[in-house]
Design a protein around this ligand. Structure first.
Ligand SMILES: [Mn+2]
Length: 432
């Protein structure tokens, strides 16, 4: 007899890996551990008939000749199958994304992917096995749950490739959302309402943040989901939850961010944790949660990409040219100053256009060089306010395919920002 097993406290990755194992090994009996996560229970209460699961008590352990283990490499995480450990001539096949542990297998597929099911789906794809849309949905749930919808830093290109493959195989995103939502249960709901009760918003330059300190008792799962929802409801760019576990005096810090100017990973790494620009977490022992709050604020203030505004990095003084200046003079001035374009203003110094090399290509005859520059300039130029960030300027340049943007203060051009200004800034080539 061949059986497939996974770790206790099964999550969607474990369940998906188990079902994927049955696609690769149709003879295998699937052993579902006695303890599984609540959102899995909800899923199974509806889908159980589709899968044929056994409990370790239902099978005769002595008849097991082959054991497939998925999503764990540790014997102690295999519920009720400990006696197999002593069994001689037992074939073991292992698929796992965790580091090596005490299960010695005859055939091992181990890679540090975000989800274990990714490894099994790769094999399914390779062997051209047919899977149903429901299987594809479950496998994708495994990938999404273990990779935080492909956003955790543990995510690999393999996970994303297999997610694409499963969408191709008709994985149903609406079903997936319904069941992954259950990660948000009563405990999570209570914490979210606590956070919302004493919410505060702070503005830093161009972005808004919110930090919330909440006391919890013991380990609570899926706090990241809570912070994610909190950020969306409070509608800030970056949200931080500092969860103080009063039993262990540990603080779990979780951050979610959508601003280009805050790097959550950087902040969390400074606190001893990790992450990437959009999401991160850290854990600190025996530190007052309000001290952590202050630390986060200091880190955001100290983040130079967030505090520098355009007026700090623009080119100035800016030379602007009156719209009635003959084009020939403008061309000479450009050569003299050694730049590639000027803002054009009217007699009231109002910005009316911009002239750049590209505009000079419109000139066909030498005589046209006598015409005022307003004949060739680009009208309605894109401009930006001096208190905006370099990132916003860069985004405008990409959106409008332009290399320079006049910087405005109270309807006056006070400077210009060029593509090279933003490049220098982003690559930290500017002196402090
Ligand atoms: Mn896993």
């Amino acid at each position: 007899m061949q059986i497939a097993a996974t770790h206790t406290g099964s999550d969607f990755d474990a369940l998906a890996s188990l079902v994927a194992a049955s696609v690769l090994y149709p003879e295998a009996k699937l052993i579902l551990p006695n303890s599984i996560n609540p959102n899995l229970k909800t899923f199974l209460s509806i889908h159980k008939d589709l899968f044929n699961f056994y409990s370790s008590r239902d099978i005769d352990i002595n008849k097991v000749k082959s054991l497939i283990v998925v999503d764990t490499s540790s014997w102690k995480r295999l519920d009720g199958l400990q006696s197999l450990r002593q069994k001689k001539d037992l074939e073991i096949i292992l698929f796992d994304h965790h580091v090596k542990d005490d299960i010695e297998a005859d055939h091992v597929v181990r890679k540090e992917t975000g989800a274990a099911v990714t490894l099994l789906v790769q094999e399914i794809q390779k062997q051209k096995k047919i899977i149903t849309p429901i299987q594809a949905t479950l496998f994708l749930m495994g990938i999404y749950e273990d990779t935080g919808n492909l956003t955790f830093t543990s995510t690999t290109a393999d996970d994303a490739h297999m997610a694409a493959y499963l969408l191709d195989r008709k994985a149903d995103l609406s079903i997936l959302n319904t069941f992954l939502q259950y990660a948000y249960g009563k405990k999570q709901k209570d914490i979210l309402s606590k956070m919302l009760n004493k919410t505060s918003r702070l503005s830093f330059g161009n972005h808004t943040i919110s930090i919330s300190v909440v006391e919890i008792k013991g380990r609570i799962q899926n706090l990241a989901v809570v912070v994610q929802m909190y950020r969306e409801i409070v509608n800030v760019d970056a949200a931080f939850g500092i969860f103080h576990d009063t039993e262990t005096d540990k603080c779990m810090i979780i951050g979610r961010n959508v601003s280009d100017e805050i790097n959550m990973g950087l902040i969390m790494r400074s606190l001893g944790g990790g992450g990437h620009s959009g999401a991160g977490s850290a854990q600190l022992k025996k530190v007052n949660p309000h001290t952590i709050e202050t630390m986060i604020l200091e880190l955001i203030k100290g983040n130079q990409h967030s505090s520098v505004s355009l007026s700090d990095i623009m080119s100035y003084p800016v030379i602007s040219v009156n719209e009635n200046t003959p084009t020939k003079e403008v061309a000479m001035l450009l050569r003299e100053v050694g730049c590639t374009g000027f803002p054009i203003t009217d007699n009231n110094e109002k910005l009316v256009g911009i002239i750049s090399r590209r505009d000079f290509k419109k000139i066909r005859k030498e005589s046209q060089m006598q015409s005022p520059v307003k004949a060739f300039m680009t009208r309605n130029p894109v401009s930006i306010s001096y208190d905006k960030s370099a990132m916003e300027a860069a985004k405008l340049m990409i959106k409008h395919d332009i290399g320079r943007i006049p910087i405005m203060k109270k309807n006056k051009v006070i400077g210009i920002i060029t593509r090279s200004d933003t490049m220098l800034y982003f690559y930290d080539l500017l002196p402090d």
